[in-house]
Design a protein around this ligand. Structure first.
Ligand code: ADP
Ligand code: MG
Length: 300
């Protein structure tokens, strides 16, 4: 296959040496008098799944909007593979390897799973072709061998091969979410932002999606990283390599799932523990006074 400089997705190989795929540095966002985010930082390493959790109104969606470029912060920086992209539009961040899915899937209900992935793949290879394909349905059936191989690979990765020919309208929500993820992956991102991908799913659907997410990351050749905003704390703790906890616009904890699970500030935010968290000199939260009978965060 030929690689050309005109390929919008071509990415400088030297940037791949940077272990940090995406970073937010000291982000502050105000909405009028309300501080939605206050000096929040976050680091997403290559090949990692980072979970972003916090009670309603904590600032999760706001942070995701800042990361993806839909919202410009009042202070702070966003770094994409080492480059300052704070003033770069969402569209241009996408060409530099950042993709996202939305809480409400935006799919064409009459198209099949395969057709969605073909369209998404073509949008990357020939950006303006998507509209031609949409206006001329016959174009959808003219496929090249490279495209077939690529789309087949995506279908297999997402365990969607058996529903490839089904119109998405006929599919359960969990499968539709996977199609959304597939569309985002067709652009070959280095970082994929997922806004509440598990919402509305039953336990089986959630577990299936979680295992596919892990597989996507583990099978990625170029260190794909995921950032998952999720209400379901137990799911995030089970899935993530690193977890960031927001509360009232502040980052109250960051660490591995085990570290976050035993964090007093997190327990206070979620469970209303009476004992206030003790801050140490390093800004870490001290271990709770009474270990042992500790309830699982979000485990109820
Ligand atoms: P989360 O996603 O964690 O539930 P959000 O990021 O949506 O939280 O919201 C954080 C805070 O900012 C909330 O108090 C919310 O009401 C407020 N907020 C979010 N978006 C806007 C907006 N566009 N205008 C005004 N206030 C907003
Ligand atoms: Mg939200």
């Amino acid at each position: 296959m030929m690689t050309t400089a005109t390929d919008a997705g071509t990415i400088d190989a030297t940037a791949d040496q940077d272990p940090v795929a995406l970073a937010a540095d000291d982000i502050t966002v105000h909405f009028g008098g309300l501080t939605a985010l206050s000096g929040v930082s976050l680091e997403v390493r290559r090949g990692n799944i980072v979970g972003l959790v916090g009670p309603n109104g904590a600032g999760k969606s706001t942070l995701l909007a800042v990361l993806s470029g839909l919202l410009s912060p009042d202070a702070g920086k966003v770094l994409l593979r080492g480059d300052d992209v704070t003033d770069v539009s969402a569209r241009h961040r996408a060409t530099r390897g950042l993709a996202r899915t939305f809480q409400q899937p935006e799919l064409f209900m009459g198209l099949t799973v395969r057709e969605h992935l073909v369209l998404a793949y073509r949008a990357r290879v020939v950006p303006h072709r998507m509209w031609r394909d949409m206006l001329d349905p016959r174009a959808l059936f003219r496929t090249s061998p490279g495209e077939v191989e690529k789309v087949d690979g995506l279908l297999e990765l997402l365990h969607l091969t058996h529903v490839a020919k089904a119109p998405v309208a006929a599919l359960p929500l969990g499968v539709i979410r996977l199609v959304e993820v597939g569309r985002a992956l067709a652009s070959q991102p280095r970082v994929l932002l997922l806004d509440e991908p598990l919402s509305g799913l039953d336990l089986h659907g959630s577990e299936n999606l979680i295992s596919v997410f892990r597989e996507i990351v583990d099978r990625s050749d170029d260190g794909l990283a995921l950032v998952i905003v999720e209400h379901d704390v137990a799911a995030v703790l089970a899935l993530s390599d690193m977890v960031v906890v927001l509360d009232f616009g502040e980052r109250i904890a960051v660490g591995t799932p085990d570290e976050v699970r035993s964090d007093a500030a997190v327990r206070a935010a979620y469970l209303g523990d009476v004992e206030p968290p003790q801050r140490t000199a390093t800004g870490q939260t001290a271990a709770p006074a009474v270990p042992g009978s500790r309830p699982e965060v979000g485990g109820a």
